[in-house]
Design a protein around this ligand. Structure first.
Ligand SMILES: CC(C)=CCC/C(C)=C/CC/C(C)=C/CC/C(C)=C/CC/C(C)=C/CC/C(C)=C/CC/C(C)=C/COP(=O)(O)OP(=O)(O)O
Ligand SMILES: O=P(O)(O)OC[C@@H](O)CO
Ligand SMILES: [Mg+2]
Length: 232
């Protein structure tokens, strides 16, 4: 799956407004992919709107499924989050089981990648929703990274600082124990410098909210990430 080569991706929230001009700039920025996903108010209408407006560009599109009601055909990839540090097992495999009973027969597995989330910002919406409200220590993060790679053989370990910039020492600790599983960093990147710092540690860097606050700064992160050599 070529998502394994992604160094940079934008994450668009279907619950937020964005202009066609901004979408064109994001799609033609040189990013490796655009992920459509968010935590709340995700509707099929919002997902279809972004899909229709982005499909004309060559950039690969992934739907990060956070609500089964908002899944549609037409994406290149489907990313399925499982929250490794959620309090309620429903966010690890519960909703997934129900979804598989309903949609399992129609899934094209080569388009699907499971993301093992470790949520680091207890204030963010995803943490509040899933009860991931105890901040994992560095040792916890290393444990969750090993769990993702060795116990569950997940393709992606997603260190999620949503809305806050992470601690490079903790991200490095996760990186140091991953060989096969891809380390994805997301959260609080607002400048090219921050994007470059995390790109030197993580395989893939995700840019979210700054798209809506400062499009120019968001676009600047593409070249910043591409200028950095991918870690092992
Ligand atoms: C029709 C068709 C193509 C068939 C194939 C269908 C398919 C792929 C079916 C799904 C199969 C499946 C196993 C689905 C499971 C789905 C599911 C709903 C799982 C639970 C997901 C989950 C754990 C959600 C919790 C929240 C979470 C981790 C969301 C990820 C996104 C995220 C962290 C966004 C960041 O937050 P944001 O909302 O941006 O925050 P701010 O607004 O504060 O910025
Ligand atoms: O919105 P930000 O804080 O950039 O985070 C990006 C992404 O990791 C959210 O799931
Ligand atoms: Mg967001």
């Amino acid at each position: 799956m070529d998502v394994r080569t992604w160094r940079h991706a934008f994450k668009l929230d279907p619950a937020k407004e964005i202009s066609d001009e901004a979408l064109e700039q994001l799609a033609e920025s040189g990013t490796d992919g655009i992920i459509i996903g968010g935590t709340d108010n995700i509707t099929l209408e919002g997902v279809l709107d972004l899909l229709a407006r982005l499909r004309r560009y060559a950039v690969p599109l992934a739907l990060e499924v956070s609500d089964v009601e908002a899944v549609t055909f037409g994406f290149d990839y489907y990313f399925i989050p499982t929250v490794l540090n959620a309090k309620d097992v429903k966010w690890m495999n519960g909703i997934h089981l129900e979804a598989l009973k309903e949609f399992g027969h129609m899934m094209k597995w080569e388009e699907v990648a499971t993301e093992g989330y470790c949520i680091m910002n207890p204030e963010c919406k995803a943490a509040q929703l899933t009860g991931a409200t105890e901040v994992p220590t560095k040792d916890d993060v290393v444990g969750y990274a090993r769990m993702a790679e060795h116990l569950f053989k997940l393709p992606i370990f997603y260190l999620e600082y949503s809305g806050t910039y992470g601690d490079p020492k903790i991200v490095s600790a996760a990186a140091s124990v991953l060989d096969e599983t891809r380390l994805v960093y997301g959260g609080g990147i607002r400048t090219a410098e921050q994007a470059a710092e995390m790109a030197a540690i993580a395989h893939t860097v995700i840019i979210g909210n700054v798209i809506y606050d400062n499009l120019k700064k968001a676009l600047d992160t593409v070249d910043a990430v591409k200028a950095v050599t991918c870690p092992k």
